[in-house]
Design a protein around this ligand. Structure first.
Ligand SMILES: NC(=O)C1=CN([C@@H]2O[C@H](COP(=O)(O)OP(=O)(O)OC[C@H]3O[C@@H](n4cnc5c(N)ncnc54)[C@H](O)[C@@H]3O)[C@@H](O)[C@H]2O)C=CC1
Ligand SMILES: O=C(O)[C@@H]1CCC=N1
Length: 271
């Protein structure tokens, strides 16, 4: 087991993200007996995982954990805070992945806690290919930060941020970003169908194209710009398409607008 992993951990909210993170922690050797899972409506998959691996699910009482990861929806913070407050001690590091909820919002609801890490993972965490941005407040010790890092790194890359303000932009880029890419697959498939392909064939090709491009990006030392140029023959078909995508009203201004909208929504979720 990674020496930096916390000796005890509580996960509150084991839905899509919390559940994915939990699987990552177990896969890097966090002992199941060190983990308690709290969820108001645990899915069948979480119930089965807890039963199979011997994880405590909704235990009545636990000793305050070294780290508590909060992974419920931001809108449920008010409702879940008394449960969290009842579990933590002043030495617990609270790691929150709630979009928009600030450290001040969290400390107001969970007054016993002092050390808070705000983290923003993303859904590819479920296959260990996540990207997380994180910020630690001044009460997080070196040990606490190392523990949070070990947990977050179980699911992919971790970028520590110099200020909390940046978390909303990270949420808008990489937190929500996988959804933009999945929508790209939908748009590409629809465009292929409009161009005359049977819709199911267009969907298969669109999916394989985005997956393949992502894998190439990962495997290559080349930048996205060079890889783009490598597909683009002068005067060829790609150049014709990129004139549209890189033209006025193309993808760059659209993406800028989309990310700005997500960031505004994250800001509005605070409080
Ligand atoms: N889904 C995603 O791609 C990402 C989500 N997030 C953040 O992760 C958090 C969770 O999102 P999802 O996993 O998508 O939601 P989800 O709805 O799949 O999971 C939330 C879980 O919390 C549980 N829950 C609700 N009220 C509770 C309570 N009072 N006590 C204990 N458990 C309770 C629910 O039963 C559910 O299993 C959100 O704050 C979101 O901002 C962050 C990055 C990416
Ligand atoms: O859509 C949301 O609010 C959450 C945060 C980032 C991804 N999903």
């Amino acid at each position: 087991m990674n020496a930096a992993l916390p000796p005890s951990l509580a996960l509150v909210g084991a839905g899509k993200m919390g559940g994915a993170m939990l699987e990552g922690w177990l896969s890097i050797g966090l002992p199941p007996h060190a983990v308690s899972v709290f969820d108001a409506h645990p899915s069948d998959a979480i119930q089965a995982l807890c039963a199979a691996r011997g994880l405590a699910l909704n235990p009545q009482q636990i000793a305050p954990p070294a780290v508590l990861v909060l992974a419920t929806k931001p809108q449920t913070l008010e409702a879940v805070a008394p449960l969290v407050e009842g579990i933590v001690s002043p030495d617990t590091v609270l790691v929150s992945i709630l979009a928009g909820k600030t450290i001040a919002d969290l400390l107001r609801r969970v007054p016993t806690v002092r050390a808070v890490v705000r983290a923003m993972p993303n859904l590819p965490a479920s296959i260990g290919a996540g990207a997380t941005g994180a910020f630690a407040n001044e009460a997080v010790t070196e040990e606490g930060r190392a523990r949070a890092h070990a947990l977050l790194a179980a699911n992919g890359i971790v970028e520590w941020l110099p200020s909390e303000d940046l978390i909303d932009a990270v949420t808008a880029l990489s937190g929500s970003g996988p959804s933009y890419v999945f929508h790209l697959v939908e748009c590409l498939a629809e465009a292929g169908a409009q161009a005359g392909l049977p819709p199911d064939l267009a969907l298969r090709l669109a999916r394989a194209t985005v997956t393949g491009a992502g894998r190439l990006l990962e495997a290559s030392d080349l930048g996205a710009d060079v890889l783009r140029q490598n597909v683009t023959s002068p005067g060829g078909t790609t150049a014709a398409a990129l004139e549209v995508l890189m033209g006025e009203g193309g993808m760059a201004p659209l993406m800028t607008e989309a990310v700005a909208a997500a960031k505004r929504r994250a800001e509005a979720l605070s409080g």
